[in-house]
Design a protein around this ligand. Structure first.
Ligand code: NAD
Ligand code: ZN
Length: 359
């Protein structure tokens, strides 16, 4: 039976980020320096002036988001700190979307565990507790702030898998809905729908538990309120989506995803499609598996005036479809959760190719 761990401390509310300084002050540690990973979007923003950065000793590292995290990026970030002899910080603070939050988690694990990031892709491979870390999301939906994984792609093996571990969970969250004001509306919907998709997959799966279900139901209810309203980005709706994202992250810590995520992972590994837009594109072909949710998803996107891209995998060669097939069916846990032990009898190469062509 799962012995689930959740976030111990979180602070929620507009302007909550102003408490970062006092949270850091309370943390007792041998060293006093702090490492910041910040989404490159904030490079020249006022946000930097609001942070308690000590320019003499802290390290401020920007995270690019063009390409989603790879194991070698994480190794590089670790190496930078080792070279500067800054590898035992008092805290790691990550401020950004899922990519940045995952970077903070992965580096925090790697600083206290020898070897490279790829050595910890899997379940419960991290041996030592990570560096104390604080997560501050700036776009809502992935649930990366609450989950026990940090997704990375290993370019050599093509494996897209995180360090699933209790040590990966943030020690502290600051959930400040003011930070999501500047998210472009397409991105806001794509990322926000990640939580909707996690939760519908989980509720339609075989491996369920009552607590995971409760988190999922509430996250979906909030997504409906946000995406069926007239202004999905109003102050109130940005608050709601931030809560939905958090609850969705807790939900997947207690359950599994289903068919959409493995197909989206295929797009991501083979075509470098980003995670959240990849899920939305996959939805184009999901009517047969999730008919009610398919209807609702497109109703919500239409209500917000967001067109989901179509046709990115319609005209590829056989070799590419084979790669897509392989990087989809490798995700056995969620596919068994959705379709049972014999999922490969349903998802044959021919069937998987046809699904990719339809999206
Ligand atoms: P992201 O981190 O990839 O960022 C998306 C874009 O939004 C970037 O261009 C970024 O600069 C921009 N952005 C972020 N905050 C902004 C703001 N406040 N204003 C303007 N622009 C802003 O986005 P994401 O969709 O949150 O995360 C996707 C990543 O999360 C993927 O790498 C995926 O694998 C990972 N993920 C992790 C988990 C988990 O449980 N750890 C779950 C799902 C997805
Ligand atoms: Zn997801």
């Amino acid at each position: 039976m799962n012995n689930s761990k959740n976030i111990l401390n979180y602070m929620f509310g507009k302007g909550a980020i102003s408490n970062l300084s006092s949270i850091l002050d309370k943390k007792v540690s041998d060293n006093s320096y702090v490492i910041y990973y910040i989404d490159e979007f904030f490079k020249n923003s006022d946000l930097l002036n609001e942070l308690p950065i000590n320019e003499k000793e802290d390290e401020l590292l920007f995270v690019q988001t063009k390409v989603e995290p790879k194991t070698e990026f994480i190794d590089n970030f670790r190496n930078i700190l080792v070279e500067k002899k800054k590898n035992m910080p008092k805290a790691i603070v990550a401020i950004g979307g899922g990519a940045t939050l995952d970077t903070g988690k992965a580096v925090a694990n790697l600083l206290t565990n020898e070897g490279n990031a790829e050595d910890y892709q899997g379940w419960d491979l991290v041996k030592n507790p990570a560096i104390y870390k604080i997560g501050i999301p700036t776009v809502s939906g992935t649930g990366a702030e609450a989950s026990r994984t940090c997704v990375m792609t290993n370019s050599k093996s093509g494996l897209k898998l995180g360090m699933n571990s209790d040590f990966t969970i943030y020690d502290q969250l600051i959930l400040d809905p003011n930070l999501t004001k500047t998210v472009p509306k397409e991105q806001y919907l794509h990322t926000g729908m990640d939580t909707y998709i996690h939760c519908i997959e989980s509720l339609n799966g075989e491996y369920r538990n009552a607590i995971g279900d409760a988190f999922s139901h509430q996250a979906i209810a909030l997504c409906r309120e946000v995406f069926l309203s007239d202004d999905m980005m109003s102050d109130e709706n940005r608050e709601k989506l931030m809560v939905a994202s958090y609850l969705g992250g807790c939900a997947i810590a207690n359950s599994f995803v289903g068919i959409i995520h493995p197909f989206s992972a295929g797009l991501s590994v083979v075509l470098e499609t980003h995670h959240c837009i990849g899920n939305c594109i996959t939805m184009n072909a999901m009517e047969e598996f999730y008919p009610k949710e398919y209807q609702e998803f497109f109703e919500m996107a239409e209500k917000q005036g967001i067109k989901i891209p179509k046709g990115i995998a319609s005209n590829l060669d056989d070799e590419t479809y084979l790669k897509l097939y392989n990087s989809t069916v490798i995700h056995e846990k969620p596919l068994i959760n959705a379709l049972g032990d014999n999922f490969k009898e349903i998802l044959t190469l021919e069937k998987v190719t046809e699904i990719f062509k339809r999206m």
